[in-house]
Ligand binder design. Structure first.
Ligand code: SF4
Length: 141
C-alpha cells in the first residue's frame, strides 16, 4: 500500500515539476526573445540642462562728478595710506608700492586722462589726485 502511495506522489511531483519547469522555461524564453513581440525603444533621456553661467561682474558704476578731493587725513584715506602725490612720498617704507604706480594708472581711477584729479571707486563722492596713490592700487588691465 505504501508503495502505491509513493508511486502516486512521485507521479504527481513529476508532473508538477514538468508543468512548473515548462512554464519557467517558457518565461525564460519569453524574457530572452521578447516573447515574439518587438522590443519598444528605450524612452529618450531628457536632455541635460545647460549649466548656469556665472553672472559677469558688474561694471564699476561711473561716479558722479565730485567737487572736493579726498582729504589724506580722512579715516579711510589714512587706513589705505592715501597720499596726494606719491612722487613726494617715501616709497621705500611702503612694502606694497610698485614703482611707477599712481592713481592715474590705477584700475579704480575714473578720472579722464590729463586731468589733475578724478573719481575713485573706493572714495565715493570725492576725487583723488591723479598723482596720488593708496594701498588699494591695482594695475589697469
Ligand atoms: Fe588712487 Fe587707485 Fe588708491 Fe583710488 S584705489 S586712491 S585710484 S591708487
Amino acid at each position: 500500500m505504501a508503495s502505491k502511495t509513493n508511486n502516486s506522489r512521485r507521479h504527481f511531483l513529476g508532473r508538477a515539476l514538468t508543468i512548473v519547469g515548462g512554464a519557467a522555461l517558457g518565461s525564460l524564453i519569453t524574457a530572452c526573445d521578447g516573447g515574439g513581440q518587438p522590443t519598444p525603444p528605450p524612452a529618450p533621456k531628457p536632455a541635460p540642462k545647460p549649466e548656469a553661467k556665472p553672472e559677469p561682474a558688474p561694471a564699476p558704476t561711473p561716479q558722479p562728478a565730485a567737487t572736493t578731493n579726498v582729504d589724506p587725513n580722512d579715516q579711510l584715506a589714512k587706513q589705505l595710506g592715501y597720499v596726494e602725490n606719491i612722487a613726494e612720498a617715501d616709497t621705500s617704507a611702503i612694502a606694497a608700492f610698485k614703482e611707477g604706480s599712481n592713481c592715474a594708472n590705477c584700475s579704480l581711477y575714473q578720472g579722464k586722462e590729463g586731468e589733475e584729479a578724478g573719481p575713485c571707486t573706493i572714495f565715493q563722492g570725492k576725487n583723488v589726485k591723479a598723482a596720488g596713490w593708496c594701498q588699494s592700487w591695482a594695475p589697469k588691465a
